[in-house]
Design a protein around this ligand. Structure first.
Ligand code: ADP
Length: 669
């Protein structure tokens, strides 16, 4: 039985009745039939385009139906048209089909079966076509949306560079605590916005099918060690215990996209830490046999299980947490810390890596996320026991006992004092604190009286009561000859010189990174253990690199050119470059860049991809013709570049906006 709305175009009443009787035999009782007799009425009915199918007589009075058929299929009627005729004529048949009919039936031979088959077939084809058109429409709408989102987030990156950069810089320049807290709010919100942008960009890439998966061999022991070192700082800040362990025998390397794998694991551990107030976060890594449903395919899987003792998730809301922008925890405190996109992206990424992400949770009891990656197409490898825990138990006491001595941390902000103390305290040094310059001078004098040594002083410049510079000068007058290191967010030219004049030994630019602090300790304190395993030696090597770059700067100040049409973003990038001791020139257009390239001996050129007067790549080609072969080129952009084009041009790095001092340092070191 069929249910449809049919149109019959037939000028002969007997023929109409005959066709209708046949239709009545197999059509659903509720089917609708409209009968029109003339070409004019037919044209009007077809124009309304409200029928699922049309049966059209070939001979309509003095006119033939072919013209009507052509008009209808071309402009007005979207349904299938079946031509009915009194004669069997091959040429006519071909003509009707060419004009757009889906079938051709001879009235004299018409049976119920014939008619039913033709109608069923035509309707089925119409349905398939409709689905196809709808799918295409949906795909194109989704592509347009994703492209729009991708474009939007690229555009937003440039102003964010200025917001983050200037708020960071101002933070170190203002001394009023209230002003500092406002700047901190701007900075935090800027960072939140950046996180959101990155997530939206990832999501739009996933939706547009543009997310590239780049697999390579990933050694699991160093991979999880790095993740541990990164995430443990966050866990320790909340007094949580973070454990990562391997169980049973595991392949030492797997073939996976390292960046995306890392993103997923960090997101899960980050959430576990975020939503846990007391207790611990356990990460267990093991191989298991998975059944379909637990993974994408049956067979061997690598499982990363992240469990916490946190607030848990209501069972009814478990599935919804994977939906974009869903945050199920009730307190606003958590909402502000996230975007609600992390799990949506993680689930998609896991899926693209041939895996499956699932969750079990009890409200108030904690949550467990399982990330299972199918290992079907992995190169065959020997399994063995991976000894990650062992490595850390070896590492941590060594790090704890890495240096000895007393370090005085002087900063008016409690948070900063705590952070610095927390980082360097881990190396085994004794940390003492002062809140302002005056207090610091008093402490140095008391230490001298008591014959106690302060080995290193890390001191903020902008402080109430006595500022850092005055305090350093005072300390030198008192005969203190140990290293005094300035902590400053200021990046103005000549700052370094002013610091050295005031009696500082060196200075560190804010935001201060832990490796910079370790490098200071490494320079001025004696190490307790001669033999240091991986982590400690990494600290040393970072410190050497740091010293090398300082030595290089001392030899001759290096020159960079920043080409960017957004004036704010351009200036802040130049300042970030100057902050690490380089000189930076700016150009706001390709034209200006071409004028400047010959005027200075640039070592590195940072170029924006979308300049108003020329595309970045074309500009690089021109600049290369006018500059020394040793000049290095670095792309700055809100979007990913064309890797092969950049390789051909010799572009060394592609930095995604907003750039920060860490990224600049990486590139220039
Ligand atoms: P967000 O950026 O908000 O963390 P996610 O997509 O990563 O976004 O997580 C979505 C929501 O799922 C969170 O806002 C939170 O309500 C819930 N959630 C995720 N992980 C946990 C966890 N380990 N414990 C409790 N709730 C969680």
């Amino acid at each position: 039985m069929l249910n449809a709305k049919l149109l019959i175009v037939e000028d002969d009443e007997d023929d109409y009745v005959l066709t209708r009787d046949l239709l009545d035999e197999f059509m659903d009782k509720s089917y609708e039939l409209e009968w029109v007799k003339t070409v004019r009425d037919a044209r009007a009915a077809l124009k309304r385009d409200e029928h699922d199918l049309c049966l059209m007589d070939y001979q309509l009075g003095s006119e033939d139906g072919i013209q009507l058929l052509k008009e209808a299929t071309k402009n007005t009627f979207s349904g299938p048209i079946i031509m009915l005729t009194g004669l069997k004529d091959k040429a006519l048949d071909a003509m009707a089909m060419k004009a757009g009919a889906v079938d051709y039936l001879v009235k004299a031979n018409l049976t119920r079966d014939h008619l039913e088959r033709a109608i069923r077939y035509a309707l089925a084809r119409k349905e398939t076509e409709r689905e196809r058109v709808e799918r295409l429409r949906a795909e194109s709408a989704s592509r347009a949306k994703s492209e729009f989102l991708a474009h939007l987030s690229h555009e937003l990156r440039t102003p964010l560079t200025a917001i983050l950069g200037y708020s960071d810089m101002l933070y170190g320049k203002v001394s009023d605590l209230e002003d500092k807290s406002y700047l901190q709010i701007i900075h935090q919100n800027g960072k939140h916005l950046l996180g959101l942008l990155n997530d939206v960009l990832d999501l739009s890439k996933i939706e547009a099918g543009k997310l590239e998966i780049d697999r390579s061999e990933v050694a699991l022991e160093p991979f999880f060690t790095d993740i541990y070192l990164l995430m443990n700082v966050k866990a320790e800040d909340k007094d949580l215990q973070l454990n990562i362990s391997f169980h049973g025998e595991v392949y030492p390397t797997i073939f996976i996209d390292p960046t995306r794998f890392r993103q997923i694991v960090i997101n899960l551990i980050g959430n576990a830490i975020k939503f846990t107030q007391d207790g611990k976060v356990d990460v267990d890594v093991y191989l298991e046999k998975c059944k379909l449903g637990e993974a994408v395919e049956e067979g061997e899987c690598l499982t990363v299980k992240v469990s916490d003792t946190g607030i848990g998730i209501d069972k009814k809301k478990l599935e919804s947490i994977f939906q974009p922008f869903t945050q199920v925890s009730d307190t606003t405190e958590y909402k502000e810390q996230g975007t609600g996109l992390g799990l949506t992206i993680s689930r998609e990424l896991v899926h693209r890596l041939n895996g499956y992400l699932s969750v079990e949770s009890e409200l108030g009891e904690g949550s467990t996320f399982y990330c299972r990656f199918c290992l079907k197409d992995q190169p065959v490898k020997e399994k063995r026991k991976l000894l990650l825990n062992q490595t850390w138990t070896d590492l941590r006491p060594t790090l704890d006992a890495a240096y000895q001595g007393t370090v005085l941390v002087v900063d008016d902000l409690l948070d900063i004092r705590r952070l610095i103390g927390h980082i360097i305290g881990k190396t085994g040094v004794e940390v003492i604190y002062a809140e302002n310059g005056e207090e610091a001078v008093d402490m140095v004098s008391t230490a001298k009286e008591r014959n106690k040594t302060i080995d290193v002083i890390l001191m903020d410049i902008q402080m109430p009561r006595l500022d850092g510079r005055a305090a350093a000068t005072e300390m030198r007058h008192m005969g203190y000859d140990g290293p005094i290191i300035a902590l400053t967010a200021s990046s103005m030219k000549g700052d370094r010189e002013k610091c050295l004049e005031a009696g500082f030994t060196d200075f560190l630019g804010k935001p201060i990174e832990s490796h910079q602090l370790y490098s200071i300790l490494d320079r001025f304190l004696s190490a307790v253990d001669i033999e240091k395993p991986a982590l400690a030696s990494r600290t040393v090597s970072i410190s050497r690199a740091h010293q090398r770059s300082r030595a290089a700067v001392a030899e001759a100040q290096k020159q960079a050119l920043v080409i960017e049409d957004n004036v704010d973003a351009c200036n802040i990038t130049a300042m970030l470059i100057e902050q690490i001791g380089w000189q930076a020139q700016t150009a706001y257009s390709a034209k200006e860049a071409l004028e400047k390239i010959g005027q200075f001996p640039f070592d590195v050129v940072f170029f924006d991809m979308n300049l108003p007067d020329m595309h970045g790549y074309a500009l690089v080609e021109k600049l290369q013709q006018q500059s020394a072969a040793s000049v290095r080129f670095v792309a700055l952009s809100g979007e990913e570049g064309d890797a092969s084009k950049e390789r051909d041009l010799g572009v060394e790095h592609h930095l995604m906006k907003p750039v920060n001092s860490e990224m600049i340092q990486q590139v220039l070191k």
